[in-house]
Design a protein around this ligand. Structure first.
Ligand code: AMP
Ligand code: GLY
Length: 452
């Protein structure tokens, strides 16, 4: 039996979920997480088939130090969580040092790090997406909006997006042209998202249910994960500001049951993207995440992400952890296969049923919030069946678990269907508390009511 040492880069709930699943992969002996969070130090749990997880205090922008650590510890595989590290070229630097790493290099990451690049790529390949235009100067953007006004489209909604990475906040849905002018001003003139707003795109506003389709790729073939659904708004009923994501579930039953639709998404989006990137000399190895909207006239790609989603990972990854007779390829085996161009040989057994995850956030998030509040109720959930707590903005302070970020933790529940998975997640989160804690009470409800 192989015995791998693995390094996960990042500090969120997604990275904790990846570390958790890797620690439960039978091929893995030790998982390190840099920099990790208050949940990524865990001794081996042999009764659960889990190897130890250890936090390493190296900040994400110190790539040279991360390379040094990987060399010294003889890391067999490094897995990148956040897009900012991919865009900074962490994969290029690890590969240049002869180290094995899972994720797209800087050139392939442009699918996420430049929306203008992604839109042009989709247009060239005929991948369905909203009509759009790119602007590099605010005056050109205003002139475009003036011409729309002259064409009698003052009251039509339009979407304004910063070209670059903006931590999920660079998209402004404008209900009319006045709002669009204000959005152009905010992004391009005030530079609300910094250099991400050097260029913008404006695109047609679409309506419909959203779904996140994630796939592994080895640069050649794709392996789809169960389709997931995120909940981006901060409050129940999809009200309030956009967040990084307040909860998710997988599989999204309306999509998962439509095998013809999934096949179309594979054939019209995922496969052309992978072969298109290879054809351009920038092969894509990693997780390709297509954010799709199911409109009346068919599905359209809203965006590509070059990594696992957060909190989608916390809902998808637990479906991969099968033990016993039904065990298929582990997460470790899949990631290794991607780096070896052997993905087509993998046989995955996704768990039956569903997984749902609910995020607990700090008071004030996604706006300003305070940190350092003690968190209670996490420890007793460790041995609960069909339930996992994934830490995000948590830290250990003098032996006490305290809040240290906006999205603090997520509770994932497993069940034979979406309703029972949600019950487990909510039963868990109800037992956790910290000052100012808030979470959505309606994750999955639209789906259960048949409205999505
Ligand atoms: P993105 O970062 O591009 O996924 O955008 C974030 C969110 O903005 C998406 O999940 C959608 O809810 C919304 N969005 C993005 N593009 C559009 C569009 N063209 N029409 C309507 N909503 C959009
Ligand atoms: N949950 C959305 C994202 O990870 O981008």
């Amino acid at each position: 039996m192989t015995s791998y040492t693995v390094l996960v880069l990042g500090s969120g709930g997604r990275e904790h979920a990846l570390a958790w699943a890797l620690s439960r992969s039978s091929e893995v002996r030790q998982v390190y997480v840099a920099p990790g969070n208050g949940g990524t130090n865990q001794t081996a749990l042999p009764h659960l088939g889990a190897s130890p997880i250890t936090s390493v205090a190296i900040p994400p922008d110190n790539i040279a130090e991360l390379v040094g650590f990987a060399r010294r510890q003889k890391i067999d595989l490094t897995v990148v969580g956040p897009e900012a590290m991919l865009a900074a070229g962490v994969v290029d630097d690890f590969r240049a040092a002869g180290l094995r790493i899972f994720g797209p290099d800087r050139a392939a990451t442009r699918l996420e790090s430049s929306k203008a690049f992604a839109k042009a790529f989709m247009r060239d390949l005929g991948i369905p997406t909203a009509d759009y235009a790119v602007f590099h100067q605010p005056d050109d953007a205003y002139r475009f909006l003036d011409s729309r006004a002259q064409a009698g489209r003052q009251a039509d909604p339009i979407v304004v997006k910063a070209d670059g990475l903006a931590a999920g906040k660079g998209v402004i849905i404008c209900s009319d042209l006045d709002e669009a002018r204000a959005a152009v001003h905010r992004i391009m003139v005030e530079r609300a998202f910094g250099s991400a707003g050097q260029s913008i795109i404006m695109e047609e506003c679409l309506a419909g249910a959203e779904v996140s389709v994630l796939a592994f790729s080895d640069g050649h073939s794709v392996l789809m994960m169960p389709p997931a659904r995120d909940h981006k708004r901060v409050y129940d009923g999809d009200r309030g500001a956009n967040t990084g994501g307040m909860g998710a579930y997988a599989p999204a039953p309306d999509i998962a049951s439509d095998t013809a639709l999934l096949e179309q998404i594979r054939k019209k989006v995922l496969e052309p993207t992978i072969s298109g990137m290879a054809g351009r000399g920038t092969p894509y190895i990693g997780v390709l995440y297509a954010g799709l909207m199911l409109t009346d006239t068919g599905f359209k790609v809203l965006e590509f992400n070059c990594r696992f989603g957060d909190p989608e990972a916390q809902a998808i990854v637990p479906l991969l952890v099968n033990r016993g007779a039904r065990a298929g390829a582990s997460l470790m085996a899949l990631l290794m296969a991607c780096t070896e161009r052997q993905l087509h040989q993998m046989n995955v057994n996704w768990r039956d049923g569903a997984c749902a995850t609910v995020v607990a956030a700090s008071g004030g998030y996604p706006g300003a919030y305070q940190t350092g509040f003690p968190i209670s109720g996490v420890e007793p959930l460790l041995n609960e069946p069909d339930m996992v707590v994934f830490h995000a903005g948590t830290a250990q302070h003098n032996g006490e678990l305290v809040t240290s970020g906006g999205r603090v933790l997520a509770v994932s529940g497993l069940g034979h269907d979406l309703a029972s998975a949600l019950n487990r997640a909510y039963a868990g989160i109800a037992r956790i508390s910290f000052d100012g804690m808030h979470y959505r009470r309606d994750i999955g409800r639209k789906r259960l009511n048949g409205d999505e």
